[in-house]
Design a protein around this ligand. Structure first.
Ligand code: ATP
Ligand code: MG
Length: 201
């Protein structure tokens, strides 16, 4: 019998900043789908957020490294932050597949993101590049209507009503983000004065 192919979760996001909602979604997907690893992939310039101010990719990348450092199953990839131009998931998956031709990829995405997937660049190509895992997210209805049934797995994950937008607003207003993001990320935000005087949304 041939050995089972490695199963790699891919958690794409802006991670501005990374928070416990992201980490719980990745951890739950890893456990429930028997993933060997979850690669967090901070975006370069996110195409859906082009009209907003997004923190530099190096800060977002480093916060993601700090947040995932203690979990031996979690890694962080620079493929998107190092690729010039706007980030599209089709390019992310193409690059990860070239890096890991031996593995099957499981792209993890929240209920809000999966709803938009058909509007993503080359949406019809995505289903052959990875299996999609659509996770529940408080405040969003999870539906995979119109998506290929064998291409998407729905997964209920512990509900954490946390968003990066809210963390940015809180940090900008001087409110605590303790326990919403990992301790090291709280300290990183304070050290670099991120989100101070924020008025982007
Ligand atoms: P923003 O408010 O800036 O959009 P966000 O909290 O939505 O930030 P993203 O970086 O946009 O975070 O999300 C990356 C991925 O993680 C998306 O697929 C999103 O749906 C998912 N996600 C984010 N927060 C949660 C959460 N609390 N529970 C489950 N999934 C989540
Ligand atoms: Mg979002």
């Amino acid at each position: 019998m041939s050995p089972r192919r490695p199963r790699i979760g891919v958690m794409g996001g802006t991670f501005d900043p990374v928070h416990h909602g992201h980490l719980v979604a990745a951890s739950e997907a890893a456990a429930r789908l028997d993933l060997d690893e979850v690669v967090f992939v901070p975006t370069g310039r996110p195409w859906l957020k082009h009209h907003k101010t997004v923190t530099s990719s190096e800060h977002r990348y480093l916060m993601t490294v700090i947040a995932t450092a203690s979990n031996p199953q979690f890694t962080v990839s620079r493929v998107d932050v190092d690729r010039p131009g706007v980030t599209y998931t089709v390019d992310t998956l193409r690059e990860l597949r070239l890096e890991r031709p031996d593995a099957d990829l499981y792209f993890i995405t929240g209920a809000d993101a999966i709803e938009q997937i058909l509007t993503w660049k080359d949406a019809d190509k995505l289903w052959d590049m990875a299996h999609f895992v659509a996770v529940t997210r408080p405040g969003h209805h999870l539906s995979t209507e119109g998506l290929p049934a064998d291409g998407v797995t729905m997964l209920e994950v512990p509900a954490l009503a946390i968003s990066s937008s809210d963390c940015r607003r809180r940090a900008g207003a001087g409110l605590p983000v303790w326990y919403l993001v990992p301790d090291g990320v709280v300290q990183y935000i304070a050290k670099h004065g991120l989100y101070r005087g924020l008025s982007d949304e």
